[in-house]
Design a protein around this ligand. Structure first.
Ligand code: GLA
Length: 368
């Protein structure tokens, strides 16, 4: 492991609560099993408590938004990399592996991408050329710096019901058909033949959804392309997925023969249909323990399948800066991450580490 520069330690010592300072680096608990990831954004990179925790406890880093199309190429042909580069410099300074997120997605993508000069939808030729130009520019710029890319984000039909539909009805799909995925991957490999290519999707454990994701990869292979790893986003909650549902999906994905990255973990205290703030005075010890117990059961599955899992990334560091505070209920505080609003480690963090120690005691990992 690279040594952490003294600056992070100094900042941490000045700002973080004693409970956070007393923690050994979290990623060390998982050494030999999988890498541990966090995110930074243009906002959180300004917060010394967050950067100190990120640099100390995680060994991979993803940009929350700064490499998405709407930030990098808001207007056609004008590329802006300053915000992304700042986060990249941070990761390099702290010896963290970078993950590129996300090249081809239907959200946080400016409207112009999908429009032709006449205001009608872009032609397939025009859209494909824009996709090529964007991916070539972004992946090419970071050749040798970012080696792992979420190339296509959320391509699977999201419905919770059983359905014949496999692909999400996005503008990419409507204009280019399913081949847009193979094209995006090909463009990425042209720009950097050495990258690890991921398709990344949410609810990837859901019984009606994981077969769609598998089918998309089979279609991709039939079209002569492939992924190098599969991203399961992991925006989970206190009840779901169950450990059994998660493990069933992992077993099915195992047959694809590529590693899994758990790319965007948070564990909401709320189920999807709940919109009230049940904890206006802050979460109770009971609910935090319930969150911890549930996550421990999922962590045990991760550890049992550590040979399949290359990375476990959390979609945030502290509950103070989590998208879950605004989604699906705007302004309702959620408490979905490992560190609370005051940067204190939570029971979910301790449960995660305890699961690793217990697994190691029972079954030590092989030497690298
Ligand atoms: C998806 C995307 C992420 C992020 C989250 C919500 O999962 O892949 O980039 O936007 O939604 O924050």
């Amino acid at each position: 492991m690279p040594r952490r520069p003294a600056i992070a330690a100094l900042l941490a010592a000045a700002l973080l609560p004693a409970s956070a300072l007393a923690l050994p680096p979290l990623h060390e608990a998982f050494a030999g099993y999988f890498d541990l990831g966090a995110i930074l954004s243009r906002t959180t990179i300004e917060v010394p408590e967050v950067t100190a925790l990120a640099a100390t406890h995680f060994n991979t880093l993803t940009h929350e938004n700064e490499l998405k199309w709407h930030r990098v190429q808001r207007e056609e042909g004008t590329f802006t990399f300053a915000e992304a580069d700042r986060i990249i410099a941070f990761a390099r300074e702290h010896g963290m592996q970078l993950i590129g997120h996300a090249l081809c997605w239907h959200q946080q993508a400016p409207d112009w991408i999908f429009q032709g000069p006449d205001g009608e939808p872009a032609s397939p030729e025009l859209l494909l050329e824009r996709l090529r130009m964007h991916i070539n520019t972004v992946v090419g710029r970071y050749r040798g710096i970012i080696d792992i890319w979420d190339v296509v984000n959320e391509p699977a039909h999201p419905g919770w019901e059983e359905s014949e539909r496999i692909y999400r009805d996005s503008p990419w799909y409507r204009i280019l058909g399913p081949d847009y995925i193979a094209h995006a991957i090909r463009f990425a490999r042209e720009a950097n033949p050495d990258i690890v290519v991921l398709i990344n999707d949410y609810d990837a454990w859901w019984p009606a959804k994981y077969p769609r994701i598998i089918r998309i990869i089979e279609d991709l292979r039939a079209a002569g392309e492939d992924i190098d790893a599969l991203g399961m986003q992991g925006h989970w909650n206190i009840l779901s997925p169950t450990a059994e549902q998660f493990e069933t999906a992992l077993r099915a994905y195992r047959r694809l023969g590529v590693p899994i990255h758990l790319t965007e973990i948070d564990v909401s205290l709320y189920q999807w249909h709940e919109r009230e703030d049940t904890f206006p005075d802050g979460p109770t010890d009971d609910v935090l323990q319930q969150q911890a117990d549930h996550f421990r059961s999922l962590a045990e599955v991760m550890l049992r399948h550590h040979d399949l899992i290359d990375r476990v990334s959390f979609w945030g560091v502290s509950d103070r800066y989590s998208w879950k505070n605004n989604f699906p209920a705007r302004g309702r505080p959620d408490h979905a991450l490992l560190f609370d609003r005051d940067y204190q480690p939570k029971p979910i963090l301790h449960a995660f580490v305890e699961a690793a120690h217990a697994h190691r005691a029972a079954q030590p990992p092989r030497e690298p």
